[in-house]
Design a protein around this ligand. Structure first.
Ligand SMILES: [Zn+2]
Length: 398
């Protein structure tokens, strides 16, 4: 193991136990809950150890400054600490740990950046607690109004404002204006690098994606006494819709997932009265995505007619295609001699890309699995990620 890989492992081990569920081995690091607050305290400690003053942007996003905070043209890096339910260790924290280590590398090499370099930790990136992904970056940029964010509630009814301890500040254009670029390092969430010799890639784009809620209603009734011919069972319409989504996505080279469902009354011996399923759909082009959702909707309507059920579809979120700054991506790919690839996963970098030149680095994930305890990256690949990030920061900040 290289010296850098060993230093990565040592720092990584400091946070590895925080928020880990003993049963699943996955992480429960919801934004502003105890495990995430411990990670934020760890972050302040790391910044302190390196003499980097930490500021908070009024929205829950943390910034650790190497250089004068008001110097302008700062280069921002970092990622997020929060996880999905039983998520992996690397999604998010890898970008923050790597950023601190990249700073160490630059300092050890005697590099003095001409511009500030800032390590950021964004709040509620996954949307697992308050339902809106990239909440912190959307607030900072003004993509989401502060009042709407303040009123978001978690499953226990706690509002985002209460969790934060104050109403979010919302858009901070003067703060955003101090950055000249953002580079987020992230674990790869597919197998694009798994069979290559490249430990690190540069992102080209994030697929357009969205979430649609399908509400199917029928007639709740007794499972033993209701004749099969007399039923209006929304579970059937739901089940057919899930299969249709899978088929339509395959036909288009797109992705469709129903990973969440709720059933009323949710009893073994009762025909359900209502089933709600959430469709997550993504595709390389917006037209493909629109065609996919339309096709699934059409098939669901047709099936509902046959089942005697009713259905409505509500778009809960829609994120357009994000094309990262092409010039910057090419420059970094040349610098690192790294491949360039798109991703189907959303990131704070996708939100910030609309406001400042933004790039992403992906670190190889041998299983390709993410949002699961099986997510992984080798220490050597993580060290390669740190080296790549250090080179990128030197390129952009010197
Ligand atoms: Zn992430």
């Amino acid at each position: 193991m290289s010296d850098l890989a060993a230093r990565f492992r040592a720092l990584w081990d400091e946070i590895a136990p925080i928020g880990r569920d003993a049963g699943s081995g996955g992480y429960l690091r919801y934004a502003l809950t105890e495990p995430e607050l411990r990670l934020r305290a760890w972050y302040r400690e790391q910044a302190d150890r390196r003499g980097l003053p930490v500021t908070e942007d009024g929205n829950g996003n943390l910034l650790a400054w190497w250089g004068e905070a008001d110097a302008g043209n700062a280069v921002l890096t970092g990622s997020h600490f929060d996880s999905v339910p039983h998520g992996g260790a690397y999604d998010g924290p890898l970008g923050i740990v790597s950023a601190f280590l990249a700073l160490d590398e630059l300092r050890a090499a005697g590099v003095t950046p001409a511009r500030p370099v800032v390590v950021g930790a964004f709040v509620e990136e996954e949307g697992a607690r308050f339902g809106v992904p990239c909440l912190g970056s959307r607030l900072l940029t003004g993509a989401l109004p502060a009042q709407r964010a303040a009123a978001l509630r978690d499953a226990d009814g706690v509002s985002f404002a209460d969790a934060l301890g104050h109403p979010p500040a919302g858009a901070r254009p003067e703060l955003l204006g101090r950055f000249s670029s953002f580079v987020e390092l992230h674990v790869e969430q597919g197998r694009a690098l798994a069979d290559t010799t490249a430990p690190v890639a540069v992102a080209s784009a994030i697929w357009p994606h969205g979430r649609w809620r399908f509400d199917f209603t029928g007639e709740g009734n007794h499972a033993g006494t209701t004749r099969m011919a007399d039923r209006r069972d929304p579970m059937l319409t739901y089940a057919f819709t899930v299969l249709a989504a899978n088929k339509e996505a395959r036909l288009r080279g797109a992705h469709a997932t129903v990973g969440r469902v709720s059933v009323e009354p949710n009893a073994t011996n009762a025909i359900p009265s209502k089933v709600t399923g959430w469709l997550d759909a993504r595709a390389a082009e917006p037209e493909t995505l629109a065609g996919l959702v339309e096709a699934v909707h059409g098939k669901a309507v047709e099936r509902a007619r046959r089942d005697g059920t009713e259905m409505t579809v509500t778009e809960e979120s829609a994120t357009p295609l994000v094309a990262f700054d092409g010039g910057l991506a090419d420059r970094l790919a040349r610098l690192l001699d790294a491949p360039v690839l798109p991703t189907g996963a959303g990131h704070d970098a996708g939100v910030l890309a609309a406001y400042l030149p933004t790039a992403m680095l992906f670190v190889r994930n041998p299983t390709g699995v993410s949002h699961s305890p099986a997510e992984s990256a080798s220490d050597d690949d993580c060290a390669a990620g740190v080296t790549a990030l250090a080179r990128v920061l030197a390129e952009l900040a010197c």
